[in-house]
Ligand binder design. Structure first.
Ligand code: GUN
Ligand code: ZN
Length: 456
């Protein structure tokens, strides 16, 4: 056998089917003593530890003990430039954008600042177990360069794009229809498909784009339908009303995108709370994704996204932090908020459903589930290992848990970055792997970015 193989040991939970369509027990396979075999940065096979050890006696073993091995979390909507203004007090959407977001995004005219925040943000994501994200950048092309450079340095699969705005934004944060098209196209051609980078065409939202700009970006998308398109839709009622005033000839908010070629498979609509039945039907028919941002929707006071309804309608749904409208970098925290909003809308989401949304659901919304967000053979070995007893409060709660669902739910509800005991990106441990540096008789790659801080 020529390839280097690594066998990760731990509890393994493989949610291989959509748990909104099949009962959790049928949708998931759980191994109390399981293993994931990694080869060339990909998952080769998952199964019972004893069987895989016997079949691969020369594999390098990393034993995570009782750690729970899952696909790395996938955050389907975030704004990395808002890292430094997360948790800003007291405003609703439009005032929040004007008071906090736009002044901060202005700072990304400085490429050095963009690089600093991109690195900080991606390190925070890894520390929270998130291995992929779809992020907005700012109006500045250099903010996109900085983000893709930082992701490439960590070998992370990310989607990102230049945030286009040509009205209702301050001086210094506006482009125009032509420059939005030209700059987006140049970035797309430079980055899409390079390494693990995915370029996402990114109009911020209809209030900050003229119809001409939306049309130009729709034209770009029709030239590159392989790219995702990310934007915002119907987050707050004031915003919906504003769109009605700005686009008097359009039948609804969705139509401002649809009429300009911005509705279709690969479209990712953040929030999508205040929809009419007709908009829901058109979203469903188009194959677009709705991205649920629960901590943001409570933090900025937007409203309650009905996950169970969207899933029962057959919508594609991803889960996201919406940093920094969202109040946390953690997808555990985001799942907890999704659970609470589920309760408020009449459905207790099952842990299998929450975990699936935070991994495969988000990956599907990015049309990337053939590569990320699952434990399927051949996909990238982007993994998180959870400590299911990471704090005394959680440990006392899970003592004596009888099923994996009982064991994992308290970590979903109460866990944070202390629950992340290891993260792998394309098979390379990022931090906290228990045997890093220990003499196991095999040399092991460690991401050089974090090797220093681990003292390796
Ligand atoms: N709508 C338009 N821009 C934004 C943003 O940056 N954050 C959120 N939450 N909503 C938006
Ligand atoms: Zn957003």
């Amino acid at each position: 056998m020529s390839e280097k193989e690594t066998l990760l040991l731990g509890q393994v939970l493989d949610i291989h089917a959509n748990p909104f369509e099949a009962p959790p027990e049928a949708a998931a396979r759980y191994e109390r003593r399981g293993a994931v075999l990694l080869r060339d940065g990909r998952i080769a096979v998952t199964g019972a530890a004893d069987a895989l050890r016997a079949a691969h006696p020369r594999a390098n073993i990393i034993d995570h003990g009782d750690g729970l091995i899952l696909p790395g979390f996938v955050d389907a909507h975030a704004h990395y430039p808002q890292t430094a203004i997360i948790a800003s007090w007291g405003k609703r959407l439009i005032d929040w954008l004007n008071s906090y977001t736009f002044p901060e995004e202005m700072r990304f005219g400085d490429p050095g600042y963009a690089a600093e925040i991109a690195a900080r943000y991606l390190d925070l994501l890894l520390a929270h177990g998130t291995t992929s994200v779809a992020s907005f950048c700012t109006i500045h092309p250099d903010s996109v360069e900085a983000f893709f450079e930082a992701a490439a340095a960590r070998n992370m699969a990310v989607a990102a794009g230049k945030t286009c705005m040509d009205r209702n934004a301050p001086d210094g944060l506006r482009d125009d229809a032509q420059s939005a098209y030209d700059q987006s196209k140049a970035l797309l051609e430079r980055w899409h498909g390079v390494g693990r980078a995915i370029y996402a065409i990114t109009p911020r939202f209809s209030p900050t784009s003229t119809p001409e700009q939306l049309q130009a970006l729709g034209a770009l998308w029709s030239e590159h339908p392989e790219c995702p398109m990310q934007t915002h839709l119907s987050e707050q009622t004031d915003e919906v009303e504003w769109v009605r005033e700005l686009y008097p000839c359009k039948k609804d908010y969705l139509d401002t995108y649809e009429a300009n070629g911005l509705l279709g498979p690969g479209a990712m609509f953040g929030h999508a709370i205040w929809l009419t039945d007709d908009e829901r039907a058109r979203l469903r028919a188009s194959g677009a994704a709705l991205i649920h941002c629960p901590t943001s929707n409570t933090f900025i006071g937007s409203g309650l996204f009905d996950t169970a309804r969207a899933m029962s309608e057959g919508q594609i749904v991803g889960l996201a932090t919406d940093t920094g409208g969202g109040s946390n970098f953690s997808m555990l925290h985001t799942m907890a908020a999704a659970y609470e909003i589920g309760q408020l809308t009449g459905h207790a989401l099952h842990p299998a459903q929450l975990l699936w949304l935070a991994t495969e659901g988000s990956a599907r919304s990015m049309r990337a589930s053939d590569r990320i967000g699952t434990l399927r053979d051949g996909t990238a070995a982007d993994l998180v290992v959870l400590d299911l007893a990471s704090t005394p409060a959680i440990a006392q709660r899970v003592d004596g848990a009888e099923t994996i669902w009982e064991a994992v739910f308290p970590t979903i509800m109460m866990g944070d970055d202390r629950a992340i005991s290891a993260v792998y990106v394309a098979g390379v441990p990022q931090s906290g792997a228990p045997e890093l540096g220990a003499d196991s008789g095999h040399s092991r790659e460690v991401n050089p970015l974090i090797a220093d801080s681990l003292g390796l």
